[in-house]
Design a binder for this molecule. Structure first.
Ligand SMILES: Nc1nc2c(ncn2[C@@H]2O[C@H](COP(=O)(O)OP(=O)(O)OP(=O)(O)O)[C@@H](O)[C@H]2O)c(=O)[nH]1
Ligand SMILES: [Mg+2]
Length: 393
């Protein structure tokens, strides 16, 4: 018979003596034996809980062969515990899938086979969602907890994924119930540089899995009420989660590029403005007709700003995709020049012309802003990334 793939359910615990024994009996005694296509192990990562949670696990290990304990000498935070647990599950146990699970029965044990079924269906990252049909928050949650969960979830989704497809696909980013494929994902993920070792890790793992290209699937999660033991959620948990989310977004390669692109664009605008004045003055004695003079002055100034935009983006924004001197650079510059004329001059002129024709001359500045932010910026960003400095695979 071929060897079955291994799923390791990782439960971090801190003072869960009131519930861990029952959880072990439920998983190792009832749930795991019913799963036929997977070999399952339970790994408890305990931070040497003062209430002796680990002692209960050690006792149960005599009864269950598929029960493992990883004992941290001191409190590591939920994220810290998961990092250690995942490493142990991969290196020592050779897990194919790792599952994040709570000790306090808020995650229904019956969901474990459902998570694995979706992995069998080809998904790499299966999430329990409280927001899709069939999922729910506990009935007993007060306004504050519901608000933080809803608001925090939305901010996290928005900051991390908007306007990408994951913004719509991932409905519950702060969920704690997840199954992750190891090969190509958890074994590839950088777990050494997390911004948070507490609850913020959830968003970081999520972001990293998505960035690695994981195929994501949500299943409904009826999140229960904690009945035994104490919550480890603190008032600073919300802050911790927001901090992780913003740092992830800020330090993302694309964000950093976009900021540089924006600065250079702004600088180009300044060059255009200054250049217009300089050229207009220089041409004063050469061309008498003011309209023609300013037309030529602006064309020259715009060209100078296009050249400076190209050079600066090449050296700074897209330094990793830098074009070096040669025929290709000249071709790319020609494309850049043409697209800049279209996106920076022709399109805004049409938007402003059509807009003011329909709505009136008083909206001239408004249409300029619309043209720049809704047409020029997105169009340039797209062309720079997809054409001029397109990454080679
Ligand atoms: N090892 C370890 N486990 C932790 C730590 N903090 C939390 N946990 C465990 O992580 C799991 C989730 O923590 P909970 O306090 O239940 O968080 P929650 O479910 O979002 O919040 P509640 O609804 O209040 O229970 C539980 O099994 C905790 O024991 C920690 O610092 N170290
Ligand atoms: Mg809980």
């Amino acid at each position: 018979m071929p060897k079955l793939p291994l799923a390791v359910v990782v439960i971090p615990t801190y003072n869960e003596a009131g519930t861990i024994g029952k959880m072990i009996d439920t998983l190792c005694g009832k749930v795991f034996p019913k799963i036929k296509d997977w070999q399952c192990k339970l790994l408890v990562v305990d931070d040497t809980s003062p209430d002796g949670t680990y002692k209960i696990v050690q006792k149960k290990q005599k009864q269950y062969k598929n029960l493992e304990l990883y004992l941290n000498p001191k409190k590591a935070g939920i994220g810290g515990a998961y990092i250690k647990g995942f490493r142990f599950a991969m290196k020592s146990l050779k897990a194919d899938v790792v599952i994040e699970f709570d000790a306090d029965f808020q995650h229904p044990p019956k969901d474990i086979p459902l998570l694995l079924k979706e992995i069998d269906n080809g998904y790499d990252y299966v999430l329990g969602s409280r927001k899709i049909k069939g999922g729910s928050n506990p009935k007993g949650w007060g306004f504050k907890r519901v608000f933080f969960s809803e608001f925090g979830g939305f901010v996290a989704r928005f900051v991390l994924f908007f306007p990408g497809k994951m913004f719509f696909k991932i409905t519950d980013p702060t969920t704690g119930l997840k199954a992750s494929r190891v090969k190509g994902f958890v074994d590839t993920m950088d777990m050494d540089h997390l911004y948070s070792k507490n609850f913020g890790y959830k968003l970081e793992f999520l972001y990293k899995m998505v960035t690695l290209g994981a195929k994501v699937k949500e299943i409904p999660l009826q999140f229960g009420l904690r009945t035994v033991g104490e919550s480890k959620i603190e008032s600073r948990t919300a802050k911790d989660i927001f901090r992780s989310v913003f740092l992830l977004r800020w330090n993302d390669v694309a964000t950093q590029k976009f900021i540089k692109f924006g600065c250079i664009g702004l600088f180009g605008f300044v060059i255009n403005k200054v250049g217009l004045d300089v050229f207009a003055k220089a041409l004063q004695n050469l061309i008498n007709t003011v309209g023609i003079r300013n037309f030529i002055a602006n064309a020259l100034a715009a060209e100078v700003s296009i050249v400076s935009n190209f050079i600066l983006n090449n050296l700074w924004t897209f330094k990793n995709e830098k074009l070096v001197w040669g025929k290709k650079l000249i071709q790319k510059f020609a494309t850049f020049n043409l697209s800049s004329i279209i996106s920076g001059i022709i399109i805004p002129s049409i938007v402003i012309g059509v807009g003011t024709q329909i709505f009136g001359d008083q909206y001239r500045t408004l249409f300029l802003v619309i043209a720049v932010f809704f047409f020029t910026v997105p169009l340039n960003w797209f062309i720079y990334n997809m054409v001029i400095w397109k990454k080679k695979n």
